[in-house]
Design a protein around this ligand. Structure first.
Ligand code: PLP
Length: 426
């Protein structure tokens, strides 16, 4: 019986049997016991599934991953130690040295650096595209060694909405999967698989945890991409893996091939597992995700409208505003609202922007976004300071951009804090 997302938030994942704890237990154990050597050997050969070492899998983590997979409508998921690890593993699971992929240039600054600088050193080449480019101009950028396309449902920090269905069509026409970072929308507001995306990633650090308590990530597989139909392009999934006695993931695991490979090969070798303690806290956050997202969106809509009407504000990016450049895409992909993040600029100098932020009372300046508490950041001087002015512009981050993450406090108090900070600039 398929359940509503609200119910999955509360009840999904951990399904206790008779006499087991009602609440997801923290399996605080590196290892798991078996009765004889033969049982253990079968696990190592992937002939049987079971737990043996927490670097590969842990029951607490798996229960939380199962909840996120159900929320996204995927076949399987894997938790990672951070959102960065999720983005890296998601691409590295299908790309190796000599390969190429395409990413939207409006993605999160950390991901931009990972793809453009660090993965380049590993011999993997990323072409960043302006998602506004015409189809035929994007098509020209595909190469024989192109392995995937990557974008963010709602971009951090610019609040651009990614045309998932369009990019899925373009990727599939070239025989490669579309990977979507769904951190800001969360599966409460958008399920990229319903629009043709093949793989979804998350920084669970943001709305999913929701309380700014734990750093974490997640990769979810739709199970829909047919790797064997493009076996030459994806030897990592379709050709024998000598580290598992010549097993081929796509043949042995079918729809679970991608997530199984990410777990038993990448996690085994690179070890970026989420700690079970953090997975437990993430699960607590997920239990209220549906309630929090609704309040974030209600509050942010009010705040965006307020800012847009104030003459001291130069511009506001919030896809929920009727005049927003991405409003039509938001109506299609985010009919119940997007998220609590607003990007805006003030009239005046860069110093005015800083004075405004310093004047806020309970809306704090923190290097975080998308949690219960309202907070604010100036990407050009904080998260994105490693990008050049040119890269900033390409990433849709103007020097005056203020990223306001609207929390779930009472909206009148949020508005009052913003009003007094604007007044103090005069
Ligand atoms: C924060 C963020 C990341 C990186 O996640 P971490 O958990 O900080 O490693 C990736 N993508 C988006 C959209 C983010 O907001």
């Amino acid at each position: 019986m398929s359940q509503h997302r609200d119910t999955i938030c509360v009840q999904g994942g951990w399904q206790p049997k008779k006499g087991e704890p009602r609440v997801l237990p923290i399996y605080q154990s590196t290892t798991f016991k078996y009765d004889n050597s033969e049982q253990m050997a079968r696990l190592f050969d992937l002939e049987e599934s079971g737990y043996f070492y927490t670097r590969l899998q842990n029951p607490t983590n798996d229960a939380v991953a199962a909840k996120i997979a159900a929320l996204e409508g995927g076949v399987g998921a894997m938790l990672t130690s951070s959102g960065q690890a999720a983005s890296f593993f998601a691409v590295f699971n299908i790309c190796e040295a000599g390969d190429h992929f395409i990413a939207s240039n409006t993605i999160y600054g950390g991901t931009y650096n990972l793809f453009g600088v660090t993965m380049k050193k590993m011999g993997i080449d990323c072409t960043f595209i302006d998602p506004e480019m015409a189809d035929e101009d994007i098509e020209k950028l595909f190469r024989p060694n192109t392995k995937c396309v990557f974008g963010e449902t709602i971009s951090n920090p610019g609040c651009h909405v990614f045309d998932i269905e369009r990019f899925a069509r373009i990727a599939h026409a070239h025989g490669v999967p579309l990977i979507v970072d769904n951190t800001f929308a969360t599966p409460i507001n958008c399920r990229p698989f319903e629009w043709g995306a093949d793989i979804v990633t998350h920084s669970t650090t943001k709305y999913m945890d929701g309380h700014a308590a734990t750093v974490g990530g997640c990769i979810v597989d739709s199970g829909n991409f047919d790797w064997m139909a493009h076996a030459d392009r994806f030897p990592g999934l379709c050709a024998p893996d000598e580290s598992y006695h010549g097993l081929a993931y796509a043949k042995a695991f079918g729809k679970m091939a991608y997530i199984t490979k990410a777990t038993v090969q990448l996690m085994r070798d690179l070890g970026s597992i989420q700690s079970p303690q953090n997975a437990f806290l993430l699960n607590e956050g997920l239990e209220t995700l549906h309630l929090r997202m609704a309040q974030h969106c209600r509050n942010a809509q009010r705040v965006a409208e307020y800012l847009a009407a104030d003459e001291r504000v130069a511009w506001v990016n919030y896809p929920g505003l009727p005049g927003d450049k991405y409003h039509a895409l938001a109506e299609k992909y985010l009919p119940n609202g997007g998220c609590g993040v607003i990007a805006f600029g003030l009239k005046g100098t860069r110093e005015d922007a800083i004075r405004f932020m310093d004047s806020l009372k309970f809306i704090c300046i923190v290097t975080h976004v998308a949690d219960a508490r309202s907070c604010v950041l100036h990407p050009a001087s904080h998260t994105h300071r490693q990008l050049s002015d040119e890269q900033l512009k390409e990433a849709g981050v103007s020097p005056d951009l203020i990223r306001l993450s609207v929390g779930i406090e009472n909206v009148e108090d949020i508005l009052a804090d913003i009003r007094q900070a604007l007044d103090s600039m005069a």
